[in-house]
Ligand binder design. Sequence first.
Ligand SMILES: [Fe+2]
Length: 248
Amino acid sequence: MTAPSPPSTASHAEQLLLRGQAAAPPGPVDVAGMYLMHHAFRRDLDLFTAATAATPIEDRECWTRLNRRWRLFSSTLHKHHRGEDSGLWPLLLERARGGEPATVLAAMSAEHQHIDPLLHACGSEFTALARTGDAQVRRDLAGHIAELRDLLQAHLAHEEHDAMALVQAHLTQHDWERLDKEHFALDPASKATVKPSLGRVRQCGGSGAGPAHPGPCRSARAAGRRWPRPVRCRCRNRRRSWPHAVHR
Ligand SMILES: [Fe+2]
């Protein structure tokens, strides 16, 4: 990959803007898959937070399910970050060439490194709670999840504002699809449970940047057009994984 392919300015893709998403910079590349993954990470971390507070300490079976679900969440987030660090940021660095973009991309990798130890700490605490009811471990877990949630929210917002603007300025749809295949392919378990169920995801406000807000919403089912199969609603799985945190 030597010669930069200038992105077309003639066609701008419609950008997905989901609840909680910080930005959707305009441009020619359809990055819906990235925004769907971010949506799933935010959603699951909210559910883990609620479940950690609400699950009875003696409910071994539920902590075991939470532990299993955490492993899937953690490995999927880790793979997502690895794909960015090994594929997306290096290509952007090559295309954008120094200055402010280099600062943004260095910050992206540094933020990933701050997130990893917290994923690991929470994983150990979920494993401990699956084996024995220890109220102190649950308090430690609640603290680590809150810390992780703050860090991840800030990181995703930074990425949506600044790194996705670089994608739109320097990459083409063809680059994006190649990166998707080479660096972001999900295994079936992650695909089935971590991606949001598209029928339930709402797109707010249409294309373009601006604060995401609940408002006149339309189904984002169309965003699933690039997935080989539509993702089915997993409400029953959600209730199984988080019986004390999901009430509907
Ligand atoms: Fe990302």
